[in-house]
Design a protein. Structure first.
Length: 463
């Protein structure tokens, strides 16, 4: 599949064009120069012809951070098949734009000079001033007004190959009965499901080393790394193959305390939540060289909120403030709701022990998608209720008739009871611990929901 890179100086409209191609708001846009810092990718369908669009950060050398952003943009152009270089049509031609355009032109790839912000016919004259670039393919457009963007798209389509056939899968019914029926008594899926794609969100507060960790996992400098807090704004995603699984890592924006979130970081927080909705596993990155904070606890709470599998990554371990036992003891005390999450110590900059994360990811995902055979599950529940009887509810006996897992990612188990509201949350926690003692569920949440016989999931409220 062909790659199309969009380059240009800050604030010329690259992310807006990227969103226009995608027909939805993916990249964060604002009037603040330098909003886009990392490379953003998206698969775009141009009337049946597919291509990967790459939105790069603005090319600028004013600071060390933006020099790094520039290098990422140039790298994106070097591996692209088609290059779009954007300039601001409301400004006079810039010598830096000429130099960069000539440099990109020397790569010998199809390249278009796109003059943005030409909002009407009167402004068309300014576009002619850019003729001195000598571009063979020049387009005067207005992304915000969707003016003449179609001409640019037609030019792009002329350089794309014919698309490959893509098969679409039907949506699945969420009804409890249908979900249970997807498994046989041995716990085997009756129908094939695509469980070979793993979405992994890298989360944590600012400057804990999330982007460095992503680069170490990928074995390349994919994300921009800087000591400037809040460098990552748009979530960065990249795929690697681990054994037979496709793992998509998402480096999310670092989170701050509510009072310190300003400007475009508000969009970044919302985008992070969107990514967590799609993820399977979270790498919760903590800074071992600094004390745990209340913000760390709140970010860890997102794992519980979105019911994700989790690996706790203690980064900067070579600068740790205490021993492993001391730090993990405090961690377990403060993150009681993640007692099931494994802990790995790493140093992302030196890449020490980072390789252990990929092995653990496969194990956690196996548990996250695990289905417990109905017969074995009910044996555990029966033994647990014999060992510790369910307390009565309003003077009446409470019984669990049977249990059945009806969903994976994460495992969800229905406890079919004569009085589901009579099963106290403390008893549910007891049953959860009993199940974990009998089945390997490290790294995954386990959800037990009391239900009446025949009750659908959407009709039930957790008590």
């Amino acid at each position: 599949m062909k790659k199309i890179a969009i380059l240009g100086q800050p604030n010329v409209g690259k992310s807006s064009l990227f969103n226009r191609f995608a027909k939805r708001r993916i990249a964060i846009t604002s009037d603040m120069a330098g909003t886009t810092r990392d490379v953003k990718k998206e698969l775009i369908d141009f009337d049946g012809k597919e291509a990967e669009i790459v939105d790069t950060g603005g090319i600028d050398e004013s600071t060390e951070l933006f020099r790094s952003v520039k290098n990422k943009a140039i790298e994106a152009a070097e591996i692209a098949d088609i290059i779009i270089y954007m300039v601001n049509g409301k400004s006079l031609p810039d010598d830096r734009d000429k130099q960069l355009f000539y440099k990109l032109q020397s790569l010998g790839k199809p390249i278009a000079l796109v003059i943005n912000k030409i909002d009407n016919d009167k402004e068309e004259e300014r576009a002619w001033e850019f003729s001195e670039f000598g571009a063979q393919n020049q387009f005067a457009i207005s992304v915000s007004h969707n003016r003449r963007v179609g001409q640019l798209i037609e030019w792009i389509k002329s350089h794309l190959d014919e698309p490959e056939l893509v098969l679409e899968l039907d949506d699945e019914d969420d009804a409890l009965e249908n979900l249970i029926s997807r498994f046989d008594e041995s716990g085997t899926l009756k129908e094939e499901e695509n469980l070979n794609e793993i979405g992994v969100a890298i989360i944590g507060r600012t400057n804990v080393g999330k982007s460095s960790l992503l680069n170490a996992l990928l074995g390349s400098e994919r994300a921009v790394v800087s000591d400037v807090a809040g460098t990552t704004i748009d979530p960065v995603d990249e795929k690697i193959i681990v054994k037979d699984k496709t793992v998509t890592f998402i480096d999310t924006a670092g989170l701050r305390r509510r009072g310190k979130i300003q400007g475009i970081e508000r969009y970044a927080l919302g985008r992070t939540r969107q990514m967590l909705e799609k993820a399977d596993i979270a790498l919760l990155v903590l800074d071992a060289s600094a004390p745990l904070s209340e913000l760390d606890e709140k970010i860890a709470g997102l794992v519980d909120e979105y019911k994700l599998g989790c690996i706790i990554v203690l980064n900067k371990w070579d600068e740790a403030l205490g021993t492993y036992d001391e730090i993990v003891e405090e961690l377990r005390y403060r993150f009681k709701f993640l007692s099931w999450a494994p802990v790995i110590t790493v140093s992302a900059k030196s890449k020490k022990r980072v390789h252990k994360i990929t092995d653990m990811l496969l194990k956690v995902y196996e548990n996250y998608t695990r289905h417990i055979p109905t017969r074995e599950l009910n044996d555990v529940i029966k033994n647990a209720t014999i060992k510790h009887h369910i307390p009565s509810f309003k003077g009446k006996a409470v019984n669990i008739l049977f249990a059945s897992q009806y969903e994976i990612k994460p495992p969800k188990i229905a406890l079919i009871s004569n009085r589901p509201k009579g099963i106290h949350f403390s008893y549910i926690r007891y049953l959860s611990n009993q199940i974990r003692e009998n089945f390997d569920l490290e790294g995954t949440p386990l959800i037990l929901i009391p239900k009446k016989r025949g009750e659908r999931e959407e009709d039930n409220s957790e008590d």
